[in-house]
Structures are given as C-alpha cells and as structure tokens.
Design a protein around this ligand. Structure first.
Ligand code: SAH
Ligand code: SF4
Ligand code: F3S
Length: 444
C-alpha cells in the first residue's frame, strides 16, 4: 500500500444552482491540484465555503459554520480555509470576516472565481490572509474545468447576472449585470458533455428568457434551445429560471415543438396581489401572469408548472395574501418554493416601514404550504395507471433496494429494480402517488 496520503478538499455550498455549479468549477480546480473530495470537515486539508446571501437564514448558517472552523484551524495550522460566493460581494461582510474571523485564509467573490488557482497558490506560500473581491468587469468569466457531481446530468450556465432589480432581491448587486455566453460556446460545451455520457442538461440563468438581449444579432433563448435540440445523443433539456415578464410566445412554442426540451416551466410568481407585484417591481400583473399560464397549458397540455413565492413582503395585507392563495388555487402548481420575506440591506424594500411581523409571516407561510400540499396531491392523481419515462438518478435515499429518478415534467419517481439502471431512461407504470412523489413498477 502506498504511504502517500491524498490531500483532501471539502467544499460546502449554500444557495442556488448557480452556486452549486460554481462549486463544481472550484472542485475542478482542486482536482487539477491533486486534491480528492471529502465530505468530512475534520479530514480536509482545504475547506471552501461557497456562500449565499439571498435570505438572512443563508447568511446566518455561513457565519455559524465559519465560527466552527476556528477550532479546526487551531488544531491544524496548515489547513487552508476559503470563503467565496455571493456573500463576499458585500463590503460589510468582507469587513466583518477580516476583523472577526482571522482564521480565514482566502476570501474571493463571484466575479473572480476564475482566479481561484492563483489565490490557492498564494495561500500555500504565504500565511497572511488574502482578500481579493473584484467589482464586476465587462468581460465574461472565462470557462473553467468542471468536476461534476453527477455523471448523467449537468448544469450549463447560459447567462450570468440579473438586470431586473426586484425590490426585495440582492442578487443583482452580488452577481452583476446580465451577460450571455456565446451560443457556440454553449453548444460546444454540451457536445463535450454528451460525449462524456451526459443525458440531461439544465440551462442556468437568473432569467434565461433574457438570453441574447446583450447580443447584436437578435439570437434569443428560443434560438438557443433549437440549436441545443440538435445535439445528437442528448436526451433532455431543462432550463431555469424564466421570468414571467418576458416569457415569449416563441419560447412557449419552442418548448412545445422541440422534442428534447422538457415540458416543465419554473415561473416564479412571487405574489398574487397586484399591489405587491407592483411594489416588488416584477413587471407583470396577476392577470398577465394567469394569461401566460393559460397560454402554456394550451400549447403544452402535459407541462408541469412550478413557482417561487414570497409571503410577508412589506405592506402585504391579509387581503393581498388572499390574492396569493387564490392565484395558487387557480394555477394549481405542481411544485412551489415558498419563502418568508427576508430584509436585505441595500435593497429598496428593506427601507420600507410597513414590515410584516415575523409571527404573521410564519402563519401565512403555513397556510400556503397546507393549501399547496393538497393541490400537488390532486395534480398527481392524473399519473395513476400511466406509464412515464424516467431518467434514473440512483438509489432512493430511504431505501437502497429502490431506484429514484425524474419524469420529463420533473416529478420524482421511486420504483423497485434488481439492476442498477442509473443513467438510463426507463418506463415506469405509476400505481401510487403522494404530493411530491410518484411510485410504480418497471415496464419491459
Ligand atoms: N432569478 C430568479 C430567482 C433567484 S432567487 C427569479 O427571478 O425567478 C430565488 C428566490 O428567492 C426568488 O424567486 C424569491 O422567491 C426568493 N427571494 C429572493 N429574495 C428574497 C428575499 N429578500 N426574501 C425572501 N425570498 C427571497
Ligand atoms: Fe432577484 Fe428578481 Fe433578478 Fe430574480 S429576477 S434574481 S428575483 S432581482
Ligand atoms: Fe444565493 Fe447567490 Fe444564488 S445569493 S440564491 S447563491 S445567486
């Protein structure tokens, strides 16, 4: 047996798919430097926290974790600790880390993630903490090697940043303005992924519908989908998130027409009341949103629709909240991410005086969750007795004898199999449904 001990790296990721994907890039760099991945903090030679600041909870978790790392650093002074991601694009956070968490070696932001290799090298040579957070540049972040977490599914960024400035949201401040990646780069990357065995890709952007707005030649998201649909060997194309205000007819048609594009729309509504939508600067009314949903249902009858919603936005009255409940009843979503409004310093909504009490916010959240659970359960009844195509993701977490995967409509399916079918597309006949899961048996 070799005496050589592998160097180990532990990356902890908070936040959305963009961050998950950035972490795959950091893992790609670390792999190139000879590190193996570990989930155990105690064993790691390098620990990276990739942070999120979209809600206060996310930030509190990060502070808790950084505090915890102090003891590890005391026990092992050679341990390298890095913090990066969205939280680090805020000056006051970086200041606090510098002052109060002196065991942190490297701090960098979302705009200079591609400089991680250099920073890592410097940190190894020099024990002084390094803080390098860039303001946004006009250049696209260069493509980086990626160490994927999944063999058959991959994320592909198509557009960075956000121009929308919803009044509650900090993302545009920490991720900068919209910048689309050239179509050829994206298609080239996807071809490479497919050669590598990938069957399903998810196109990522804060607002994928804005794809190409910064190009001169008129290329838009529907064009991109059409180009990707041509990639041989690829089975499924997913995308998120699409902003309702610019979900075009062309896009809806493209989803209906292109065989590889999954019939699933994640269409964050955020609120059901026109007063609140206006105060949020969302750029659509409740009526326009409902109209959009009807259009989608007409051209893609089998499509599933998901959403994000915020309860307790400043000034939200019980009547406004009733509008959200009512909209949920009308749309009958398949899947919803429900959030309690969280005040983000620097955003316009944080300055509003009519903040809703924590108690009220929690109570509204619970009412919404209870309602949606029933709706999802009701929606899933239509799958009973149907045969669905599932891309198998692996063993079910709760029962290793069963496999789990997803339908093209993004429903989780659990079924029994003696064989490991991970990465394969199989047919499953559904015989039992719950709110968030379908159960069934393999069909030959
Ligand atoms: N670009 C995506 C959303 C990115 S953030 C879009 O516009 O659809 C993911 C979700 O977090 C948002 O959809 C919103 O529901 C929620 N969110 C953002 N800021 C928030 C805040 N201050 N408080 C609570 N939820 C928030
Ligand atoms: Fe935030 Fe709105 Fe941009 Fe989404 S579209 S990232 S919610 S500002
Ligand atoms: Fe969080 Fe940044 Fe994503 S703030 S939600 S990790 S873009």
């Amino acid at each position: 047996m070799s005496k050589h001990k592998d160097k180990l790296a532990c990356i902890i990721t908070y936040g959305c798919q963009m961050n998950e994907h950035d972490s795959e890039k950091l893992a790609g760099v670390l792999e190139g430097e000879g590190y193996k991945a570990t989930k155990e903090l105690e064993k790691a030679d390098i620990i990276i926290l990739n942070t999120c600041c979209v809600r206060e909870n996310a930030e509190l978790k990060v502070y808790g974790k950084v505090g915890q790392l102090k003891r590890l650093k005391e026990e092992n002074p050679d341990l390298i600790i890095g913090i990066c991601g969205c939280m680090m694009q805020q000056d006051e956070v970086v200041k606090e880390i510098k002052e109060k968490y002196r065991h942190v070696d490297i701090v960098f932001g979302t705009h200079n993630i591609h400089h991680f290799p250099e920073l890592l090298q410097k940190a190894k040579e020099d024990k002084n903490p390094l803080v390098r957070v860039w303001d946004e540049s006009k250049e696209l972040i260069p493509d980086m090697p990626v160490q994927r977490t999944d063999d058959y599914r991959a994320w592909v960024t198509i557009i960075y940043g956000c121009n929308n400035f919803c009044t509650y949201c900090i993302v545009p401040y920490v991720r900068g303005r919209e910048k689309s990646r050239p179509l050829e780069n994206i298609v080239g990357e996807i071809k490479g992924l497919v050669e590598d065995g990938v069957k399903e890709i998810t196109l990522l952007g804060q607002n994928v519908n804005s794809y190409g707005n910064d190009f001169e030649d008129g290329t838009d998201f529907a064009d991109l989908l059409a180009a990707i649909n041509e990639v041989e060997g690829l089975a499924r194309i997913r995308f998120m998130t699409s902003h309702p205000k610019d979900c075009s007819d062309r896009l809806i048609e493209a989803v209906a027409k292109l065989d590889k594009v999954c019939p699933h729309f994640h269409l964050p509504v955020q609120a059901g009341s026109n007063n609140v939508l206006k105060a949020m600067n969302r750029g659509y009314t409740r009526e326009e949103y409902l109209e959009l949903v009807s259009k989608i249902r007409e051209s893609n009858p089998e499509a599933s629709i998901g959403t994000d919603v915020i309860v307790g936005f400043p000034g939200e009255t019980e009547e406004d909240f009733q509008d959200t409940l009512d909209l949920f009843k009308k749309v009958k979503y398949d899947m919803t991410y429900n959030f309690i409004y969280s005040k983000r310093t620097g955003t316009p909504a944080a300055k509003k005086e009519d903040q809703v009490s924590e108690e009220e916010k929690k109570e509204r959240l619970q009412r919404l969750i209870d309602l949606q659970k029933n709706i999802s359960m009701e929606n899933n009844q239509k799958y009973l007795g149907e045969t669905v195509e599932v891309l198998v993701e692996g063993e079910s977490k709760n029962n290793p004898d069963r496999l789990t995967g997803r339908t093209d409509t993004n429903k989780i399916v659990i079924f029994e199999s003696d064989e490991d079918l991970t990465g394969e597309l199989v047919d499953v006949k559904i015989d039992k449904v719950q709110s968030w899961t379908l159960y069934g048996n393999l069909v030959d």
